[in-house]
Design a protein around this ligand. Structure first.
Ligand code: KG4
Ligand code: ZN
Length: 333
């Protein structure tokens, strides 16, 4: 089954053709980062307008790169939640029009389920059940993936998502948006033990809280600049990254051990972080747990992951949408 998938929930306009949920035939991502960078973060109205301008050519390119005509596509999938509402609406409306005019089924996909499904593309042997750590710009969740379409959240952030904390801390350190990748790079040259940062406790041992940690970094930088003191930015990046990665991976692996999981996965933009990948690999290995992580190229937003999840939504749960499909800004899994 060939699915044409569309993703426009934030600042990437993306389209992909995916076969049977596991194989990428084409995968096109048009990023708007350069423009949002000027403002230090995503400007929702600009994002919507750029999606509006790019969506026709991106979808066209995905079909061309797949050497597939629309008539040979079996279904159209689209991210309908969660995300920036104006951005989501562009993809939803376009997918709806395309599906209705071509007479194809329309499959709505939850963005975070898509992130998790990036693992099915990268790892042909991965099947539920497993425990998944989802860490992105908007989410930090520990999820039981009970089947391809059934999930349970056992831990989540109580305030900032990990990616959000990375981006805000990075901004204070003088890096451009999105800052996660810059912290990752700078951290390689720094000492992760140089700055001691807080590790907030949570009532549920599998929840997270990153806002205090982020504020601590921001205050540290501001206080130093007021006093005219030098900050070792590489070491601050390394210390911040080490602390976030340690909190995420230790709580995640503890949850996996407690739940008796032998298989785990990670997903989302922050799963691209080198320290988080290394630490979680090591911890899982020590506990005899097999860990799956998508390649960095599939951790960030893309439409291939949406096409993968759509296959399972359709074939396992019979999910389709009609012409009344709407976009939703916030939606639990
Ligand atoms: O999943 P994603 O592409 O978009 C959302 O659904 O939010 O995640 C984007 C987030 C951003 O906060 C970005 O800074 C972060 O992922 N990120 C990283 C790295 N690469 C991307 N954070 C830490 N280290 C990285 N290497
Ligand atoms: Zn995402």
């Amino acid at each position: 089954m060939r699915i044409l998938a569309i993703e426009s929930s934030c600042d990437e306009t993306a389209a992909a053709v995916v076969e049977d949920g596991r194989k990428i035939i084409s995968n096109i991502v048009a990023t708007q980062i350069e423009e949002h960078k000027l403002y230090g973060g995503v400007v929702p109205e600009i994002a919507s307008r750029r999606h509006c301008e790019s969506i026709v050519s991106v979808v066209d390119e995905a079909l061309k790169a797949a050497d597939t005509a629309l008539k040979d596509i079996d279904a159209i999938a689209v991210t309908y939640a969660p995300g920036l509402i104006g951005a989501l609406l562009v993809g939803v409306n376009f997918a709806k029009g395309l599906a209705l005019s071509a007479g194809k089924p329309l499959i709505p996909v939850h963005h975070i389920k898509g992130h998790i499904a990036a693992n099915y593309i990268a790892h042909p042997d991965l099947k539920p059940p497993y425990l998944c750590l989802v860490a992105s710009g908007g989410h930090s969740h520990i999820m039981k993936v009970k089947s391809y379409t059934d999930y349970e959240t056992i831990g989540r952030t109580l305030d900032d998502a990990a990616g959000e904390a990375f981006d805000k801390a990075a901004r204070a350190m003088g890096f451009s948006y999105p800052g996660g990748v810059h912290i990752d790079k700078a951290a390689k040259e720094g000492d992760p033990k140089k700055y001691r940062l807080p590790r907030p406790k949570t009532a549920n041992p599998y929840d997270f809280s990153f806002s205090g940690l982020k504020t601590n970094v921001i205050n540290l930088v501001h206080n130093a600049s007021q006093k005219g003191e030098e900050i070792d930015i590489n070491s601050l990046a390394a210390s911040f990254q080490y602390t976030v990665a340690d909190i995420l991976s230790s709580r995640f692996v503890a949850a996996a051990v407690e739940g008796g999981y032998r298989v785990c996965a990670m997903a989302g933009g922050v799963a691209a972080n080198s320290a988080l990948r290394d630490m979680t690999e090591k911890r899982c290995k020590a506990k005899g747990i097999k860990l799956y992580i998508p390649p960095v190229s599939l951790c960030g937003d893309n439409a291939a992951m949406i096409g993968s999840q759509a296959f399972y939504e359709y074939t396992e749960a019979g999910i389709t949408a009609d012409g009344s499909l709407n976009a939703v800004a916030t939606m639990p899994l």
